[in-house]
Design a protein around this ligand. Structure first.
Ligand SMILES: [Fe+2]
Ligand SMILES: [Fe+2]
Length: 175
């Protein structure tokens, strides 16, 4: 397998891993009866799953081999209500580096179609870091009065809520 398609296969695993981590965070908040925080991360989990399936669709279209990987167990225990959001922001920053490295690899290989495919993901990462950083600010500010965090999420739209007409098609359809 060429390095770029190989890297995309790896990224499928990173996106599923991110999805699983967000499910774990959503369940943590749900168990604390913080439904807005739970809802936010259930939605993020679906978005990451969709990212994985967009890459799968790209590999199908490009007639490249695809291996659906196993993933590591997510972190399920957290010291307080702030830690999951801090972890989520770190995860988004890490994924941004992964996508940037893939875009550089595509460019090195002269794969302009592959490079162009990743532009949407780079834009998406900018948006996700911005919205997760904003959420971290809110959660840190109101850590001792969590209902204020719930009120904030009930009132404000955080992120694009996955509605994006320019998103690449996902294998089997986006959820
Ligand atoms: Fe993602
Ligand atoms: Fe993300």
């Amino acid at each position: 397998m060429a390095p770029f398609p190989d890297g995309l296969n790896e990224q499928v695993g990173h996106e599923f891993g991110a999805s699983q981590q967000y499910v774990a965070i959503a369940v943590y908040y749900d168990a604390l009866t913080l439904p807005r925080l739970a809802e936010h991360f259930y939605r993020q989990a679906v978005e990451e799953r969709n990212h994985a399936m967009m890459i799968v669709q790209y590999l199908l279209d490009a007639d490249e081999p695809i291996t659906i990987p196993g993933i590591e167990a997510p972190q399920t225990e957290f010291a307080d209500v702030v830690e999951p959001v801090r972890l989520a922001l770190e995860q988004e920053k890490r994924v941004t580096e992964q996508i940037s490295d893939l875009a550089k690899l595509a460019r090195t290989e002269g794969d302009l179609v592959g490079e162009q495919f990743l532009h949407w993901f780079l834009q998406e990462q900018r948006e996700e870091i911005s919205s997760m950083a904003a959420l971290l600010t809110v959660v840190e500010r109101s850590r001792d009065n969590v209902m204020l965090i719930e009120d904030f999420l009930a009132r404000e739209v955080v992120g694009d809520e996955g509605a994006d007409a320019s998103a690449p098609p996902a294998a089997g359809g986006a959820l």
